[in-house]
Design a protein around this ligand. Structure first.
Ligand code: NDP
Length: 291
């Protein structure tokens, strides 16, 4: 058996086409969806992420606003920007690019974002709503993984899903979304005992660890569907390249379907950010939100 490739690029293109249609429909009602991206400091990776988000927004017709503050900006200055954006009714989504410089509390800044504009889904109001099964703005990477899983498997009810990793941005919301989709969910982390054995029972494996190629064929039940969130840069034969948390070559003959790295989960994250921005705009202009 050789697993079929789950093409994140193609799925992301479909999501973006849907979003472009939704943006056009909102514009026809006089609403121009707008996303504000706040960058603090000059971390090169963050600059690339912000540039890609702004580019993608433009492609689907979303207006984007960029706020770049120096690395020495104070927490008060960042909060002032966020509060200004909260108060601006023409801005529907606010994203603060992480990580922030060490002297600024990420929690304080993320909690300052209006939950209705929190397109990253990191505000505790949205985190709580997700765990209670309320319809909220959902973190983009796990939401992208869910879309890939639904496209691959259809109904997920009754599947045993193992999430490897329990971070606030990927592992925990991923587990909540799988539970909401009626999966039986196991979450593994650095203190798990015999993680291979537990993972080897899964119909669905989502790997979000940050360790290059940690998950090999011994972790995977034949026929499982494998979603690799990991993005790790390694030196291979003197060349720098990206690999996932899953040993793709070892796992592909065992799994039934698998995401590649790159070209799997990565493109879905930005697509779901655009989806969340349009959702936020629509909700802010819903009749009940205007009362
Ligand atoms: P974190 O470092 O925040 O979390 C890693 C998790 O993996 C932790 O919960 C940790 O456990 C767990 N872990 C570490 N070692 C092991 C081990 N040996 N066995 C089992 N679990 C282990 O990472 P993120 O969640 O932020 O990111 C994970 C990966 O996903 C990274 O490669 C990152 O680059 C990538 N990523 C990709 C995105 C995309 O768009 N494709 C978006 C976001 C992240 P513990 O809690 O016990 O420490």
């Amino acid at each position: 058996m050789s697993a079929r490739l789950i093409d994140g690029k193609a799925t992301a293109a479909r999501v973006l086409a849907e979003v472009a249609g939704d943006v056009a429909a909102l514009k026809a009602r006089g609403i121009e969806p707008a996303l504000a991206v706040v960058l603090v400091g000059s971390d090169p990776a963050s600059q690339v992420y912000v540039r890609n988000k702004v580019l993608r927004a433009g492609e689907v017709g979303i207006r984007s606003l960029e706020y770049c503050l120096g690395a020495e900006a104070s927490a008060a200055e960042v909060l002032e920007v966020v509060e200004g954006l909260n108060a601006d009714a023409s801005v529907h989504g606010i994203l603060v690019q992480l990580p922030l410089p060490a002297h600024i509390s990420e929690t304080q800044v993320l909690q300052a974002i209006d939950p209705a504009k929190d397109v990253d889904g990191f505000h505790s109001e949205n985190v709580g709503g997700l765990s209670q099964g309320r319809p909220v703005l959902t973190p983009c990477t796990p939401a992208g993984c869910m879309r890939l899983l639904r496209d691959t498997l259809g109904d997920l009810a009754g599947k045993h899903a193992v999430v490897v990793g329990r971070s606030n941005i990927v592992g925990k919301p991923m587990a909540a979304l799988l539970l909401a989709a009626d999966c039986s969910v196991t979450v593994l982390h650095s203190r798990s005992v015999k993680p291979q054995r537990l993972c080897g029972q899964a119909d669905i494996v989502v790997a979000a660890v940050g360790r290059p190629r940690m998950i090999d064929a011994d972790w995977i039940k034949p026929g499982a569907v494998v979603i690799d969130v990991g993005i790790n840069r390694i030196e291979d034969d003197g060349r720098s390249r990206l690999v996932g948390d899953v040993d793709f070559d070892a796992v592909q003959p065992v799994a039934s379907a698998i995401t590649p790295v790159p070209g799997g989960v990565g493109p879905m994250t930005i697509a779901m950010l655009m989806h969340n921005t349009v959702t936020a705009a629509r909700q802010q202009h819903a009749p009940s939100a205007q009362e």
